[in-house]
Each structure stands twice: as C-alpha cells, then as structure tokens.
Write a protein that binds this ligand. Structure first.
Ligand SMILES: C[S@@+](CC[C@H](N)C(=O)[O-])C[C@H]1O[C@@H](n2cnc3c(N)ncnc32)[C@H](O)[C@@H]1O
Length: 410
C-alpha cells in the first residue's frame, strides 16, 4: 500500500457515522473539523480530555464511556483510531478493514487506510496537504507547506485570482493602529485584491508599499476639496472610483467607526447605490495602551473604560462630552485626539473630583517602531507634554490602570 501515492479526496460526512476511538489529544485536535463537517460522531473511550468532554456535554458528539469492543466500527463510514492501547488499535484497524471503513491511525500511519492532511482555509477554499508516501512522512513539513500557502493567500504574497466576477464596490477596512501585522486577515485580503486604495495618514502605511504597481494609492488627506469639504471630497472619490467598476478599499486607522467618520462614508455610498463592506479594525483606543503595557481594565482596579475624543476642549461649546460626569467615575479614561487639549482636560477632571495624583500615560505612535510612552499625573500632564514634546498621534490613558503593569522602560 505504501508504495503507491495516497489518493486525495474530500469526504462529505454530514449525517454519517464517524467512530472515534480514544478521547485524548489526537481526538481533541481532530474532533472540531469532524463536528464542522456535520458528522454523526460516536466517541468510544473510557476517558476524555476536558475539551472532548465539553464537546460531549454540548451534544456535539456521543460519548460511549468504555474501551473499544469488536463491532464498534460496523456502522461507521469513517474511523479515527487513537487509543493509547496498541493492541486495541490493531484490533480496531482489522475490524475497519473487514467492514471496509476507511480509518486513520494515530500510532501507525503505515497500517492506516486513510491519512489526515494538514488543512487550512482561505476564502472558501480548503487547502489540504498530504505526504505522498507513508515512507518519509514528515508532518511538520506538510504543516509548514499548508501554512505557507494559507498565509500567502491571506497576506497577498501568493496571488490566486478569482475567476468569478468580482463585485465592484467599496470595502471600508479598519487597518488597526499602525503595525502592519495588526490588520485583520479579511482586511489584508481585500487590500491585496484592490484596484484603488484610499488611505488615511494613520494606520498601517507599510502595507501600501507592498501593493503591486497597478494599484492606485490615494492619500485621503491630499484629495483636493474644490467645491467640497474634505470628507465630502473623500466620499465623492469613493463613489466615483467604485462607479468605474473598480474594487476600492478605503483604508482607515484603527476601527472605521471609532472617531473614524466611517458611517458618513457608508451613508454616502448607500445614497449612491454602491455596495459597501465594512471590515472592523483593532482600535488604537485599546491596542495602543496594551502595546505600552497598560490594560484598559484590571481586576480590582478598573471595571470600566470610557473612550473619549479630546479634539475640542471641555469648555468649547461644540464639545459633546460630559467631562464633569467623567470626573466622577473611577474607571479608566482613554482620550483620543487629546494631546493639544490635555491641559484643559486634566484641569476640568481635577476641578470635578478626580484626584490630581491620578496617573496619566501618553502613548505616541503606538505599535510602530517610533512608539513612545510618557508618564505623568493629572497635576503634571500639561507641563510634561510640553517638556517632553509629546506629539499626535497619541492615546492618553487616565486612571490607576496606568500603574498596574511592570514599570515602563521608555
Ligand atoms: C481620528 S482618530 C481615529 C481613531 C481610529 N479610528 C481608531 O479606532 O484607533 C485618531 C486618533 O487616534 C489615536 N491613534 C490612532 N492611531 C494611533 C497610534 N498608532 N498611536 C497613538 N495614537 C493613535 C490618536 O489619538 C489619534 O489622534
């Protein structure tokens, strides 16, 4: 058997009985895919790992709590033999052969009649990698090939064009805080498929350099306003490019809906009848503090965090923020776009009850190579920002959570 290459096939197991012998680590690893395939799974094993037990408790598998007995495989379409008892595995394997049930063996690939490929998924396709012959099997190598293919498809370094017609339209993609690794898998894939990318200053700029030369990259800040306001000009550009049948990605920093004016773009696209997909992103409001060693919540310290825009001062009539109420809360305050106004903000918080010694951290250009953290208190922050020349973009964290992590090195 081992002299011939394995014949790859995809089993459609929905509603069909699959028998799993042994409830250990192998079963734990394989069961989720069998459950996802809709198989009618019977696990035969005196013991099971807590995760496997949880699958039985959830009704995802039927657990027969005993060792293997002859006849267990009679009704099966497929079997996974993975007990810790070699004699039981051999006996079960022989029974599978008798009943013509394809079976995988965790202890002896040579004796198995089926092998489990290393699998991964990308855009509705399953990538399955099998060793050709039993001799020379190298599961790590097959897993590495699987990873290379799946990762390559996800990050666009492997390009497999779609032959079905692409839906033109706009994808509003949250690019995360700046580190190119912190965009979502879906965002990165859409970027790899884009004809036009309209990008903000903030966000993963490095990803733009990786785009193929035919992709038109437009800096949103440089779109001429003409007769429009800046945001209207961006909306107009999105609509016009999409109308030309192009796949447009609107790449935004963080999450599109956290002080990102994302919904204005969604509305403009809806009015123009252009399809729009929204891809959430990792917001700087949580990730930038985290990257600087500050958790926005911590047990026994902060049970809430509030994300606030500091782009207008508390005494500015355009401000929609109730700073006096925020001053009375004891949890974490995360201020975005607040570097210029932090003096007024700190003053207002103290005037309405926050202790002047409340710790404050400013994290500038978080998650990028230029990340910098500056610590202060509400009493000292205005002076510290001046003395340390803290510049936007920065996330400002106010509250005791600033002190819970290990002392910052910078
Ligand atoms: C217009 S808001 C957009 C926020 C974005 N939508 C998000 O979810 O992160 C821009 C503000 O986000 C914060 N910000 C975004 N990226 C940052 C980063 N890498 N480091 C520090 N602050 C950042 C700064 O406060 C900046 O002024």
């Amino acid at each position: 058997m081992a002299e011939h290459p394995a014949y790859p096939v995809g089993l459609r197991l929905s509603g069909r009985r699959v028998v799993v012998l042994g409830g250990g680590q192998v079963a734990q690893r394989r069961l989720p895919a069998l459950i996802a395939a809709g198989a009618d799974i019977v696990l035969v094993s005196p013991e099971a790992t807590p995760s496997v037990e949880a699958m039985a408790d959830a009704g995802e598998i039927t657990w027969v709590r005993r060792g293997y007995e002859d006849g267990d495989l009679a009704e099966a379409w497929y079997a996974l033999i993975a007990t810790s008892d070699p004699a039981a595995n051999t006996a079960a394997s022989a029974e599978a052969e008798r009943h013509r049930v394809w079976c995988v063996r965790s202890d002896d690939a040579d004796q198995a009649t089926a092998w489990t490929p290393a699998t991964g998924h990308s855009e509705g396709v399953t990538v399955a990698v099998l060793t050709t012959h039993a001799r020379g099997r190298d599961p790590r190598h097959t897993a590495a090939i699987r990873d290379a293919v799946v990762e390559g498809l996800r990050d666009g370094t492997l390009v497999a064009p779609h032959h079905r017609t692409r839906t033109p339209g706009v994808a509003l993609v949250g690019g995360g805080p700046g580190d190119p690794d912190l965009i979502t898998v879906r965002g990165r894939r859409l970027l790899a498929e884009a004809d036009v990318v309209i990008a903000d200053r903030l966000g993963p700029r490095d990803l733009l350099a990786e785009l193929p030369p035919h992709v038109e990259v437009i800096d949103a800040a440089k779109i001429p306003y003409g007769r429009y306001m800046a945001q209207e000009a961006i909306n107009h550009a999105l609509v016009e490019h999409a109308k030309q049948g192009k796949a447009v990605v609107r790449l935004k920093g963080g999450d599109p809906f956290v002080f990102g004016r994302g919904m204005e773009e969604v509305q403009a696209l809806a009015e123009a009848g252009i399809p729009c997909t929204v891809v959430p992103g990792i917001s700087s409001s949580i990730s930038v503090p985290g990257a600087a060693g500050i958790p926005v919540t911590h047990r026994g310290v902060a049970h809430e965090f509030t994300v606030v825009s500091g782009h207008v001062a508390p005494d500015d009539e355009r401000s929609l923020v109730d700073w006096p109420s925020l001053a009375k809360l004891t949890g974490t305050l995360v201020v975005l776009m607040g570097v210029d106004k932090i003096g007024k903000i700190a003053e207002t918080l103290v005037a309405h009850g926050r202790p002047p010694a409340t710790p404050v951290a400013l994290v500038q250009e978080g998650t990028t190579a230029a990340q910098r953290r500056v610590d202060a208190t509400l009493a000292t922050v205005a002076e510290t920002v001046r003395a340390e020349d803290v510049k936007p973009p920065a996330v400002i964290v106010i509250g005791e959570v600033v002190r819970v992590g290990p002392a910052p090195s910078a």
